[in-house]
Design a protein around this ligand. Structure first.
Ligand SMILES: [Zn+2]
Length: 293
């Protein structure tokens, strides 16, 4: 008796299990089929016709694909905004956190933020305006595609920046600050720090942080804040108009006030600078394109 009852129970549960499985499977298939149909309808025009035996047949006629415009990477600045608002709006999608006014980071953005207006999609910008150490710097630099400046053995810049500088240098001779490249181009954190310690100290840094000292920023960048860490700056000895024009025409500008030797790869044509919020400033007879902050 007990065995028969057990067998009955086992058969009952097996049956329930099978039914549930069949239901789930068929539901899955229905769903799958439905998805396929929707997919189909997106790509073709369904026509239905009644066959000889009264059965409904459906036919899919493919719809000619309309050419959708390729997404434009060209950014059009909103000219209704002030230069400052325009600058901040343009860098919003480049810098994850826009520094608050009166902070150290804001001071650095004002001094070196011009590079954030570079619109070239292949150019990479740092995730913050100041790196804390060599490791952070290296981590960012490892993501860059670099190119070598012709006629040098060790002057590297982000590839588009190097290409643009090579074109300018093929048009007119432009010597490096040091005469041979190397630290005139992309630097590591240690070199940035060494240069800083040559001209400044912790006290100077504190003054900069408090907004009491700004002129030093045109002589040397605080540790971790140099555009040279980004592969977008080069120090050159420019002494005539032809050199300046060749650089400008290829997207290179003086962007750091008082730093006559320092050139930044902005990648914009000269006539576009004002549109993107750059401010033209003439200091001691030298033309700079600075941030509007
Ligand atoms: Zn420099």
């Amino acid at each position: 008796m007990k065995v028969r009852r057990f067998l009955k129970k086992a058969v009952f549960f097996a049956l329930i299990g099978f039914i549930s499985f069949a239901l789930v499977a068929s539901h899955g298939m229905t769903r799958h089929k439905l998805m396929a149909n929707i997919q189909n309808q997106q790509n073709c025009l369904m026509t239905y016709s009644l066959g000889k035996n009264g059965e409904l047949t459906q036919r899919c006629t493919s719809i000619p694909q309309t050419v959708s415009p390729t997404p434009s990477t060209q950014i059009t600045p909103n000219l209704n905004l002030s230069e400052k608002e325009r600058f901040l709006a343009l860098i919003t999608n480049k810098l994850p956190t826009i520094p608050a006014p009166n902070t150290y980071e804001y001071i650095l953005l004002r001094a070196y933020g011009s590079a954030f207006l570079n619109q070239k999609p292949e150019i990479k910008l740092p995730p913050k305006v100041v790196f804390n150490n060599e490791q952070e710097t290296k981590q960012f630099q490892s993501t860059l595609t670099m190119g070598k400046v012709k006629g040098t053995s060790n002057c590297y810049l982000q590839k588009s920046a190097a290409d643009a500088l090579n074109i300018a240098k093929s048009q007119v001779q432009i010597p490096f600050k040091s005469g041979y490249g190397a630290s005139d181009c992309t630097r590591n954190f240690a070199t940035n720090l060494r240069f800083w310690q040559k001209y400044a100290n912790n006290n100077t840094l504190e003054q900069v942080r408090q907004g009491k000292e700004t002129k030093i920023l045109g002589l040397v960048a605080p540790p971790g804040a140099s555009q040279h860490l980004w592969g977008l700056a080069v120090d050159l000895r420019v002494s005539n108009e032809a050199q300046k024009q060749a650089l400008n025409q290829n997207g290179w500008y003086r962007t750091v006030e008082y730093d006559v030797l320092h050139w930044t790869y902005v990648g914009l044509a000269p006539e576009k600078l004002a549109e993107f919020g750059f401010q033209n400033k003439v200091v001691e007879g030298i033309n700079y394109w600075v941030t509007p902050l």
